[in-house]
Every structure is written in C-alpha cells, then in structure tokens.
Design a protein around this ligand. Sequence first.
Ligand code: HEM
Length: 526
Amino acid sequence: MDSLDQAQLVLTACGTLLAALLSYALYCRFFHPLAGIPGPLRAQFGIGGWLTVRGAKRDFGWELKALHDKHGPCVRIGRNMVSVTDPRAVDDLYKFGGPVKDKAPFYQFFKVTKPSLLATLPHSQHQLARRSVSPAFAMNVLLDLEEYVDTCFDEICEYFDRQIQKDGGKATVNMGDMLQFLAMDAVGEIAFGRSFGLCKAGYDTEQYLPMIDAYTASSCLSGTQPWARPVLHRWITRKLGSSGAAALGQKASQAVALRLEEMRKAAETGDDSGLRRDMLNRLVAAKNADGSPFTIEQVKVQANSILGAGSDTTSITFRALLAYIIKDERVYRKVMSELDEAIENGTVSFPISQAAGSKLTYFQACLKETLRLHPAVPWVLPRVVPAGGAVIGGRYFAGGVHIGMSPFVYQRTDVYGPDAEVFRPERWIEASDEERKAMEKNLLTFGSGNRVCIGKHVALLEITKLAPSLLHRYRLRFTPRGPSSPHKLPGRSVDGKWDDAEPWHCESQWFAHQRDFWMDIEERAA
Ligand code: HEM
C-alpha cells in the first residue's frame, strides 16, 4: 500500500468516526427519550461528564440548584439521567409499592467486598437483604445504645477538659474531626462491639477519616463513569489515602471473631448475661432468606458499611446543627433557655436520655431545620424507570431512564414556603398537623420509602442526646479566621458561597462535608 492509500485510509477512518460521533450527538440531542429536557449542553449531546466534573470538584448541590433555578423542575444532567423537583415525584419515585423500584447502577461501587444494603440495586434482592439485616436496628438495640453513646460523650468531654485546662481556660479544637470521632466511636460500640477510642485519643489513630472519605468519594465518582472506575478509584485513593482500610478490615475481623467466641462460650455455659445486645450481636445471628446463617464475611460487610453510612452522615448533621444554633444569637438563646428550663423543672437530667431530648420542642425544630437545609447527602438519589415507562412528577419517562431527586435542591424549593432558603426552626412549630405531615414527607434527607435510611433512628438518638449535652456543658464559638488561626481553607457555605465569615469550607459531592471547622471552647458558666 503506497503512502497515498494509507493517508486515504486514515482519512476515511477519521471521517467515519466523526460521522458516528456526530450522529450519536444528534440522536441524543433530538431523538433520545430525554431529548427536549433542558440541561447542560454536554448532557444534551450525550457527551456526559457533567456529573463527573461535579463529583471531582465537589460542588454538586449548588451547581444542580443553579440548573433547576434556570430550567425549572426537570433537568437533564446526563445522557440518560434526569433530576426532578416536582413534589409529585416523591411518591412516584420512592413510595412503598410505587411504580419505580430498582436503584440506578450509580450505587454499585458503594459495595464493600460484597454488595451492602445501600449497593443492592434490584428491589427484589434488596427486600430480602433488608429483612435479614433489620433486626440489628430493632428498638431494643437502640435502647441499649444509649449507654454506649453516654460513654463516648464522657470520653470527648475528658478530651475537651484536658485541652481547656492545658490552654488556660479556653481551647481551640478541631470540632469537625472531634464530632466525626464521636460518631465513629458510637458506631464502633454498636457495630464492632467496642469504640474505636478516637475521642479518648483526640486524633485519628489509624487514619480512618481519609480512608472513609476515599471510599465515598471514589464510589460516587465511579458511579458517574463506571467504565473509568479503575483509574478514578486509584486516583482518589492515592490522593486521599487508604491506609486505614487495612486497620479497619483487621478491626472488623477481630470484632467478629471475638463475638463468635463469646457467643460460643455463652452457649456452652448456658449463661449469656455477659453478652452485649448490640448490632453486632444481631448481625452474627442474622439469617439469609433461605434460612442459612450469615457468613463471617457477610457480617463484616454489614459492619463496615454501617461505619461508611453512619459516621460521616451523623457528624455532618451534628456540625451543621451546632453551627446553625451558634451562628444566630437569637436561636442560641432560645435553645439554651428551653434546655435550662427543662433542667430546672426536672424534665431533663444528665446523661440526657433520648426520651427527654425528644421533648425539647425548639431544639428538635432546630434539628429538623438543619436536616432540611444541610442534608448530609445532597446528591440525587437515582432510580431506574421500569420497562414500559412511568409517569413521574406529571411527565412520562421511558423505561431505562435514570431519575432522582436531590434532598439539597428539593428542600430549598417553595414546598417549604417562600423563605425556604432561610433557617427558621419556628416553621416546624407553627405548622398545623397536616402541614407538618407534608413537611416531613418532603424531607428526603434520609431518603424515603423502602430505601429509607435504616440507621435514621440511631443518628437521631445520638444527636438528640449529645448536642444539648455539649451545648449545656461548654460555651462554643467559631474560631475567628486570621493569620494565626489554624484554618487552612477559605470559608465556603453549604450553598457554595465563598465567605470567610463561614465557620468551615463546605464541599458537595455524595456527602456535604464541612472541612476545617474550628471552635473556641470553654466551660459554660452555670
Ligand atoms: C444524619 C444521619 C444520616 C443521614 C442523613 C443518612 C442518610 C441516608 C440516605 C440518604 C440513604 C440512602 C437512601 C437512598 O439511596 O435512597 C441512607 C441509607 C442507609 N443508611 Fe443512612 N443516614 C444517616 C445515618 C445512618 C446511620 C447512623 C447508619 C447506621 C448505623 C446508617 C445506615 C444506612 C444504611 C445501612 C443505608 C442503606 C439502607 C438501604 O438501602 O436499605 N445511616 N442513609
């Protein structure tokens, strides 16, 4: 073949490729079932990558909100993916027995070594798996949890007191990390049979935090481009570190082995009084749908996934709640006078029980408002439209389309009134029973329907007990930014605004993580 023929061959190949790409782009823009739905151009033309860029830049929530503000309740965010904010879609997408059932493949990389609950995509398989795991989240497990959470609180207080004493009455602490240690230690107590000891140590002894961050960030990013998973995963774990994974795997193995041994001894002696009635206990005793017992590997997968799902989420919410309360002196004073009054009239005593904390009406309204405005998971919760298509939010979608709602964007729409962007706890108190029911239904922070967060009551229990306890014991203030402050990142709010008055640097990917959250802390005058 002479050089002219070769050049012609290359030209023809390039031309064919270009024509194929052009036809594909035109198909996506004009003939795809989602054609005509507005959105970023690269989603319209099927090039994709909008979600991947958001995942990599961690600016998802506010960028998606800007798209909805511009285009309305239905936005195409991928070749085959749509985000909706129509209130009717809550039932259409998430309701028990609703038309849409399976999760989108986006979730597949949230598996541990085997699919966890979160990463089980088909509805039928998920139902069976959830039935096996749900005894671990039963009410009596929760009640026993109170005692372990109290121990974790004592340990974090000992750490704070040490720092306060060391620094002459007032200490500057990394509250962001400390609250995650608190959530991790509590999850450790219930899912691994013992605390990780992080509150006591006051630092991340095994580099767990970067490892958990790498796991979530990589799962989310890979979900947007499954074919690029190996590269994305390697990039993120190298960037953020994954050394804690080995330590965690070892902890899980040790915890399960120890518990099995304790259960064997109890069965042998007929005395199970020393056995803890925690989640690990229930997981070890769990059975699969065919009646076979959970394998050790299954128990470890569930325990690890509980850690992955339960520690970031709880600490993000805890940080946000403290910040909303402390930021506004009016709100702070109302929370404190309700608490002080409850202590005075004896309805609250220490350690604060879940039951007593739940009766602090104004505090609970602050918690609700925090869950609404700063949902730990701002990402869309995507599902697959079943074969044959379905009407979602008043619009027909073809089978196979991926579609979901973002708690962050939806909870800032006018379903919560014209002041939806404002932190106003009173809205939960002023509402009639019917209005409150609608507000609860529209709160997607824990998901909804058959996939609703199974650990919701664990998280609410921890925060209900611990946040008032912390506020009662210490006077907390944001550490002012300045050349000598420990901050490393510029201030950024949960809605993406750069502002050095913000107490943290907020990110928005699968999680709405707050980085660099420092607080000045001193004992509160009685
Ligand atoms: C404030 C704290 C929390 C928030 C905001 C939260 C939020 C969520 C969300 C949004 C989902 C996914 C729903 C979906 O994909 O449709 C979820 C699922 C899940 N969460 Fe939570 N979560 C929290 C705390 C916890 C805790 C403490 C645990 C464990 C102790 C936990 C365990 C799980 C599990 C296992 C799933 C998967 C459930 C399933 O698919 O059946 N979460 N959570």
